[in-house]
Design a protein around this ligand. Structure first.
Ligand SMILES: NC(=O)c1ccc[n+]([C@@H]2O[C@H](COP(=O)([O-])OP(=O)(O)OC[C@H]3O[C@@H](n4cnc5c(N)ncnc54)[C@H](O)[C@@H]3O)[C@@H](O)[C@H]2O)c1
Length: 338
């Protein structure tokens, strides 16, 4: 091992794993991709020269400092536990596990051994949402009233093991808690399954955060257009983030009272200026990898922790419980993994 170079492994060389392989092999300073595990082999020539192995055991045998887990969600727990037992740090793709119990077992396995473990909630690394979070923290919006997200698109043929709530809405749940710094306290939802698959493919959810912020999520795999929309409305106006284009705009409330009598009768806000911010647009996956590498090196801890990933899985489970029972489900801090 070269002094100062981290040895990284990758588990799963599918549509997401191929992007991880590209970054680990070509773009990440101070890291070397030493092996890839995929029982189906390297179908797309994406291993960038690293050996392609059949088992996690063989990868551990090569000697790795950390591994990226990008196999199907239902296998995250089994693979993650094997890595933790071998003392290997891990960046696990989202959602961290397909069940609350599995996510808890992963948290326990990594935390009890003092290992660094993160979840690939990549929206946190989107330039628009990073800028939005910093602006909310700086008080640019004043009080936050509502977060709305829409995540719509066609069905991705590769996903078969979980429904749209665990696969896609977990992005919205994580980003909402992260940009606001608030946990969910309740959620109500409806789901449907229109495409004849065993899991739901459309969800509409209404929730509340600990500071009373209202939340709405509309997420589906039934739309011929692709949309990744987040708005945050508050005291001073409304931020809109488009995470497909990484654009962030701010629509401010009018600072001056209007003199037009008809409009003066309306006692709400009035339209002010609109700003589209010029923000540097770095590739989110590269940023995610840099932050995880720095966490492994002990330089910073700006990652989505496994415990935060567990919380997201708990909220997703509450969404499904609400849809199944027709009730609003409460989530207190204890329920959400502390
Ligand atoms: N962060 C994101 O935006 C994002 C996007 C897509 C997928 N994902 C996540 O990444 C994970 C993989 O999704 P995908 O779309 O790449 O799926 P995929 O089906 O395209 O790829 C999964 C790969 O894992 C391999 N595999 C199966 N069993 C394995 C095992 N035991 N060990 C190692 N590899 C195994 C398969 O052969 C396949 O190549 C899922 O958890 C998914 O939720 C995240």
């Amino acid at each position: 091992m070269t002094t100062g170079e981290l040895r990284a492994g990758l588990i799963g060389l599918g549509s997401m794993g191929r992007h991880h392989a590209r970054i680990l092999a070509n773009s990440l300073d101070g890291v070397r991709l030493v092996g890839v595990v995929d029982p189906m082999g390297d179908k797309h020539g994406a291993a960038h020269g690293a050996p392609v192995l059949s088992t996690v055991e063989e990868l551990i045998g090569l000697g790795v400092d950390y591994a990226v887990v990008a196999c199907p969600t239902a296998l995250h727990e089994e693979v993650g536990l094997e890595l933790a037992e071998a003392g290997v740090h891990a960046l696990v793709e989202k959602p961290v596990a397909d069940s609350v119990e599995g996510a808890r077992r992963l948290v326990e396995a990594f935390e009890s051994r003092g290992l660094v473990a993160g979840v690939g909630h990549i929206e946190r690394c989107n330039p628009a949402l990073r800028s939005l979070r910093a602006r909310l923290e700086a008080g640019e919006l004043g009080d936050v009233y509502q977060v709305v997200t829409r995540r719509q698109g066609p069905f991705p043929h590769r996903i078969a093991d979980v429904g749209v709530v665990k696969d896609l809405a977990t992005h919205d749940i994580d980003l909402t808690a992260w940009v606001t710094g608030q946990q969910y306290v309740s959620i109500a939802a409806h789901t449907v399954s229109k495409s004849g698959r065993p899991h739901e493919d459309m969800v509409a959810a209404v929730g509340k955060l600990a500071d009373d912020t209202m939340v709405n999520h509309l997420v589906n795999w039934l739309s011929p257009l692709k949309e990744r929309f987040t708005s945050v409305t508050g005291e001073k106006g409304c931020f809109i983030a488009d995470t497909l284009t990484a654009d962030l705009t701010f629509h401010s409330n009018a600072a001056q009272a209007t003199e037009w009598e008809a409009l003066q009768a309306f006692r709400g806000v009035a339209e002010g200026d609109m700003i589209r911010y010029a923000i540097p647009k770095r590739e989110p996956l590269l940023v995610e990898h840099e932050l995880f590498r720095d966490a492994v090196l002990g330089k910073s801890l700006d990652i989505c922790t496994l415990r935060q990933g567990l919380r997201t899985v708990e909220v997703a489970a509450a969404v499904l419980e609400s849809a199944a029972t027709g009730t609003t489900v409460s989530l207190n801090a204890a329920h959400q993994g502390g």
